[in-house]
Every structure is written in C-alpha cells, then in structure tokens.
Write a protein that binds this ligand. Structure first.
Ligand SMILES: [Zn+2]
Length: 272
C-alpha cells in the first residue's frame, strides 16, 4: 500500500539521528601528560596505562621531572607514548633553567636517544627568552625537527618566534588566561604555532560551548588540541572525568572539527 511505503522513510528520519550522548566516545590524544617522580610511588606505569584506557586516551604526549618517568612509560607502551624531553632534572630547575648552561648540556645529551617529539613542557615567560640557552635550544629544536612545548605567556611566544622564526611551538594551556580572540590572533600570525587546552575549563559554561571558543575552533580546527596536565598526583584520579567534560563541549562542534581537536591533529604531529 502506498500509504505504508510513505510512512517508512518518516520512521527512519525520526529514528536515525543518533542522540549525542550515545555517539561513540571520541578517542583522545592527550598532549599534556606528566609522569613525574612524586607519581611513581602511587602509580606504576601499568596503573597509568589503565587510567588512560579508562579515559579513552589512545595516545599521550608525555614529559616528566626527571625524564626517567617518561622513559618508564615509553618502555611499557612505545606505540602509545610520544615522549618529550623536559629540561628539568628536578623541580628546582624550573625557575632558572633558561639561563643555566648545565641544563642545555643535559638536554643535548638526552636528545641523543632520538625518541623525542619535542622539548618541554617548560615554563618561560616574556623577558626570559633572550639567553644563550634559549637561543641554542631553539636552534636544536629546528635542527632536530622538534616542537617546543611552552608554558608561556603570549609575550614569550612572540619572543621565541622573533628569536628563531623556524621554531614550531605547542602553546601549553593556550596561554592559560589568554582569551579565544587573542589566541586566534596569534594563530593567524604564526603558522608554526599550535595550542593545547590543558587544565582550562573556560571553553564551556554549564556544559554549553562558549560562542567565542566555538568561533576559534571553527577558524583554526587544525591548530588546537586537548590535554589534561597531570602536574600533581591527584590529577591522575581526575583525568577521566576531566576528559568527559571536554567531550561534552566537543559534541557541540561538527564531528570533523571535534575529531581534529580530540586526536587527529595530535596524531598528525606527534603520532608514530
Ligand atoms: Zn604541565
């Protein structure tokens, strides 16, 4: 009967759009993981990999203080861990590393392993970049095609590009307090700049994606990535829930853009 046949497509139209919450969970490439010394007593590398499983983290860009934590994880899961070399032997190096030639020697020595995708995450702010250590570090990064993973303000990002326009920078926390408009301006200006959103929660409020952030994601879908930042041991326990919050606003973007931010951009830049 014609009436029946007409009704069928209507039923399909009503049933076929998959509600957002039942969509397959987006896999994540977490671009801001640390496995530093205080974590080791609480979580073995196997425990860490289980947490990543639970959170749907397919791969992670990992650094640690000291670097041995990164190597422990990398040894357990080399296909899953993209190692970065942090220029700190201890937490005490954090404040003075950029003017300490001993750390440059340390970095050059460790880079000989040839496994690293980047140097960082390091802390460096405007007015601290014009040192022989940073100048050489930028050269090394260019020579070896490594990213600089910079926890920096916008001023330091601009200074690093002025020092060496060929560096590639992964901007940690997208400047932490920089607003989406200013982040977009920097991404427009520097084609070798990428940003990750670790720790930040201002992309959405009450679960709704902020319009200024949406505009930034649609303008620069290839330049933005996710990260958690396990900077202190308690962050490990919070990691799966934090990434669920990220998925909630990602679902409000076109699937293609959400996938790029969740994992495709990082796969392209840091994947095996
Ligand atoms: Zn960090």
């Amino acid at each position: 009967m014609p009436g029946r046949w007409l009704a069928l497509p209507l039923v399909f139209l009503l049933l076929s759009p998959i509600p957002a919450h039942t969509q397959q969970a987006l896999p994540i490439f977490d671009t801001h993981i640390h496995y530093s010394q205080p974590d080791w007593a609480t979580y073995t590398p196997e425990d860490i990999l289980k947490i990543l499983d639970r959170a749907g983290v397919r791969r992670a860009l990992v650094s640690s203080t000291p670097d041995d934590g990164t190597l422990k994880l990398y040894d357990k899961a080399p296909a899953r861990i993209a190692p970065e070399l942090r220029p700190y032997r201890t937490r005490g190096d954090m404040g003075s590393w950029y003017r300490d030639p001993a750390l440059l020697a340390y970095v050059e020595e460790r880079l000989k392993r040839g496994i690293y995708k980047g140097i960082g995450e390091f802390h460096l702010f405007g007015g601290q970049t014009d040192t022989p250590v940073i100048r050489r570090l930028a050269e090394l990064a260019v020579e070896k095609n490594l990213f600089l993973h910079a926890h920096s303000d916008a001023a330091a990002v601009e200074e690093l590009f002025a020092l060496n326009p060929r560096v590639k920078i992964l901007w940690a926390h997208a400047g932490m307090t920089s607003d989406p408009g200013s982040i977009g301006t920097l991404l427009d200006r520097y084609p070798n700049l990428w940003a990750e959103l670790a720790i930040r929660t201002d992309m959405a409020s009450g679960g709704t994606l902020d319009p200024a952030w949406r505009a930034l994601f649609l303008r620069h879908p290839d330049r933005i990535m996710l990260g958690t930042d396990t900077w202190t041991t308690s962050r490990w326990e919070a990691l799966p829930a934090y990434l669920e919050e990220m998925r909630a606003w990602l679902r409000q973007l076109p699937r293609e853009v959400a996938e790029k931010i969740a994992f495709r951009n990082a796969e392209r830049l840091f994947g095996p």
